[in-house]
Design a protein around this ligand. Structure first.
Ligand code: MN
Ligand code: MN
Length: 262
């Protein structure tokens, strides 16, 4: 069963903190009476037993990664499909340390304005700018497909080549065919893949991004068995009248709907 795990952690943010406040706001938004709990794929995400919620982790910055890895490992051992709500994007690395071991032929579909492939960023190898470098170095995924990228630089392009990343840059969307995958799939959704006009509540606003509709259409186009997901980088401090929380809640509902529909 898909199982929510809140990960209120933003200590590896390079520019501004605040994403640690996201899990509570996103949950609240998804359950808000302003909408119902039906996903557009036609399933009632709010039905009893459709998904579970483990609540939020209690983390201290020093041992946070070990605690995240252990929690995800425990969730997988229970037969769950963990859906982590972050937090900054650095949390995807410890999540994948647990997940990659159980799914050796895993494909990651990564929605983001940024490739997050830096070898290190401002001296921090665990920065939210680096998780996919760590994941690919450790062989925690067989394949990485990055969608919506629009901040590629020379260093990260070199890294992408080195790791064999399948790059689907923003300028080449739509790209539904690139999401016809086989085997287990993990979705990592950075809210800043969306255009800041739709989702200003992020630390790194990058214009020229996806509409909410384009993001949902690409999520729905994913083929393969979704074994886990994360939704990261929503920053309530930067939000405007809770509009981005509403968007993040909708994206979460569609990810859960897709997982429940199978
Ligand atoms: Mn990211
Ligand atoms: Mn990003």
């Amino acid at each position: 069963m898909p199982t929510l795990i809140g990960i209120p952690f933003d200590a590896n943010s390079s520019y501004m903190r605040g994403a640690a406040g996201a899990p509570a706001k996103i949950r609240e938004s998804m359950h808000c009476d302003a909408s119902n709990m039906w996903s557009e794929v036609g399933v009632d995400v709010g039905a009893l037993g459709a998904f579970a919620d483990r609540g939020d982790l209690r983390l201290r910055d020093e041992n946070a990664f070990a605690a995240i890895e252990q929690t995800i490992d425990g969730s997988l051992a229970e037969g769950e499909q963990p859906v982590s709500v972050g937090g900054d994007h650095s949390i995807t690395y410890p999540i994948l340390r647990a997940l990659g071991k159980r799914y050796p032929d895993l494909t990651i579909v990564h929605f983001d304005a940024h490739p997050d492939l830096y070898d290190e960023f401002e001296g921090n190898r665990l920065s939210h700018a680096c998780p996919f470098a760590r994941i690919m170095e450790e062989g925690l995924a067989k394949k990485l497909v990055q969608v919506g990228i629009r901040t590629m630089n020379e260093h990260q392009r070199t890294q992408a080549k080195k790791f064999g990343v399948e790059l689907v840059e923003m300028q080449s969307l739509p790209a539904y065919d690139r999401l016809k995958l086989q085997g287990p799939v993990y979705i990592s959704f950075d809210v800043d893949v969306l255009d800041p006009a739709f989702a200003p509540g992020v630390s790194h606003r990058e214009p020229g991004g996806m509409s909410v509709r384009e993001a949902i259409a690409h999520l729905h186009a994913i083929q393969g068995r979704i074994v886990g997901a994360d939704l990261v980088e929503y920053n309530p401090v930067r939000d405007i009248s809770g509009a981005t929380a509403t968007v993040a809640g909708k994206i979460l509902k569609e990810i859960l709907g897709k997982m429940i529909a199978g």
